[in-house]
Design a protein around this ligand. Structure first.
Ligand SMILES: Cc1cc2nc3c(=O)[nH]c(=O)nc-3n(C[C@H](O)[C@H](O)[C@H](O)COP(=O)(O)OP(=O)(O)OC[C@H]3O[C@@H](n4cnc5c(N)ncnc54)[C@H](O)[C@@H]3O)c2cc1C
Length: 489
């Protein structure tokens, strides 16, 4: 597409950051009418991966497109700030096999990838004792490992059969959507270890507890974790090598959005939270803090829960309104500690930890690709994130570093820098990694998920059929929404 965007537009990229003073939302529409702002073919709400990919597709087709972004930056749930010279992904970071869209985009934009560090011994901290195991083992050395693997195989075969486009039409949809994953887990395991490892995997993939999520949504998500020719897989979701945690981006995942936005130039307007979308006489009036834009079609590319903060006129149909009232974001705090070197590697440790002691129950080596610094990454997820979110920052940091010290060693307790991001506190995200569905929602409201509201189309990773919840899914949902909007122009 880059060839089709003129050089003048690329030069205008600087205008993205140099946006003018904010207009009050009230009266902005009238002012814009007076100024006769040109009608856009499509206004896209949100400059995350989904919104930017939608805009990229539309611009490539020669369509007039404007992207309105609430934050003062692009990338949404991907954000890669520097701390003491080290780039840290504080949002989404990994990609893996079958995530073809994100890999192709990185390639096109010249963003390189590298393998997640995955050598040496991992730590299994359980019932007060610390056991080392080879990080390449498929499962930690728990007495209930065999039972856990049986459950995983059961999920693999159940998930593979679920439709990616209409999971609510499955022959067992009512049965699966009538129970939480907790109910299923309790009915299919007896060992404490199997239940613990199941909880840990649920925390890691959905950032919620098994009691929170519908079995049907969980199975749909498994089904979605593959590409057009490869069926989805639970093991792919949880694995590092050959799985969803296989690789990372040199310079951070936000590079993808930054580079797409640069090519889109002045089409991207920052600091423009959209407050209202009004549809009248064949046009949409999209009112933001930077003014009102008229458009023939609109793509709302924000998490479903966040889309509820926009005022729609006419109001949303009841199905969509009810759906987004039932689509919570997961709960995760990502913490990272920076050291001079990845010293644990010299001690034969991989940096990977599974633990039953919160707040951090899952850890990875997150050092930069060239090993120029050591970074340990800890995830606080599900109920642990809710509890840790109530702590003071100092108490939370102390609890996290106590986890690091206990599992990796004393030196891990004294980092050069400590960085944490609680996504539930972010006004324009409200939680992560993505939205998940409690029981009864897919069967009750599923068809409303991708159905446009008049001239408004929905995008964002939660709408993807493939790699739902992931960066790859976000890009696919943006492509789908752009196609739908184009067809209506
Ligand atoms: C901590 C964390 C770890 C993750 N790990 C991974 C991983 O390793 N691999 C992976 O593939 N995925 C991961 N994810 C998920 C991945 O980041 C997301 O799936 C993806 O980035 C979502 O993109 P999106 O465009 O759908 O939504 P978002 O990134 O949420 O984009 C929505 C955009 O809309 C803007 N917005 C919201 N409301 C408005 C409004 N009213 N007006 C204007 N703009 C608005 C927001 O500011 C945002 O920029 C992770 C996410 C997090 C937070």
């Amino acid at each position: 597409m880059s060839e089709k965007i003129s050089r003048r537009r690329l030069v205008q990229a600087g205008a993205v950051a140099a946006a003018g003073a904010a207009l009050p939302a009230a009266g902005a529409e009238a002012k814009n009418r007076r100024k006769k702002k040109p009608v856009q073919d499509v206004v896209v709400v949100g400059a995350g991966l989904a919104g930017l990919m939608a805009a990229r597709q539309l611009a490539a087709k020669g369509r007039k497109v404007k992207v309105l972004e609430a934050r003062g930056r692009v990338g949404g749930r991907t954000y890669s700030p520097k701390h003491g010279g080290v780039t840290l992904d504080v949002g989404g970071q990994w990609l893996g096999p079958t995530q073809d869209k994100v890999a192709a985009l990185a390639d096109k934009l010249g963003v390189q990838t590298f393998k997640t560090y995955w050598e040496g011994q991992a730590v299994y901290q359980r019932n007060g004792s610390r056991t080392l195991f080879n990080v390449t083992s498929p499962i930690p050395p728990d007495p209930d490992a065999a039972e856990t693997l049986n459950l995983v195989l059961q999920l693999e075969s159940m998930g593979a059969g679920i439709s990616r486009s209409e999971p609510w039409k499955d022959a067992n949809a009512d049965l699966y959507d009538g129970q939480t994953f907790e109910t299923f887990k309790l009915a299919n395991t007896t060992g404490e270890g199997a239940r613990f490892l199941t909880d840990l995997a649920t925390n890691a993939v959905w950032a919620c507890e098994p009691r929170d999520i519908s079995l049907l949504h969980l199975l749909f998500y498994i089904s979605s974790a593959g590409n057009e020719t490869t069926p989805g897989s639970f093991i792919r979701l949880t694995s590092t090598t050959e799985g969803a945690q296989d690789s990372r981006f040199v310079g951070g995942s936000q590079q993808l959005s930054i580079r797409m936005a640069k090519q889109l130039g002045s089409r991207v307007q920052l600091n423009a939270p959209v407050r209202q979308i009004r549809q009248e006489k064949g046009l949409c009036y999209v009112t933001s803090d930077k003014g009102t834009w008229r458009a023939r079609q609109v793509i709302v590319a924000v998490p479903p829960a966040v889309s509820a903060f926009i005022d729609y006129d006419p109001i949303l149909p009841s199905d969509r309104a009810q759906l987004i009232q039932r689509f919570p974001q997961g709960n995760a705090i990502k913490v990272q500690a920076i050291y001079d070197t990845p010293f644990w590697r010299e001690e034969g440790l991989s940096g990977y930890v599974n633990s039953d002691e919160g707040p951090v129950k899952l850890m990875y080596d997150n050092s930069p690709h060239d090993g120029s610094a050591g970074v340990l990454l800890g995830f606080i997820e599900g109920q642990e994130a809710r509890l840790a979110g109530r702590m003071s920052p100092a108490a939370r940091k102390a609890a996290v570093l106590a986890n690091f010290k206990k599992t990796i060693g004393n030196a891990a307790g004294s980092p050069k820098a400590y960085v944490e991001k609680n996504w539930a506190e972010e006004e324009w995200t409200r939680g992560c990694y993505g939205g998940f569905l409690p029981p009864g929602v897919l069967t009750g409201f599923g068809p409303a998920l991708r159905k446009p509201h008049g001239r408004i189309h929905w995008a964002g990773t939660e709408h993807a059929e493939i790699w739902n919840g992931y960066m790859d899914g976000a890009l696919r949902s943006g492509e789908d929404a752009a196609r739908a909007a184009l067809a209506r122009l």
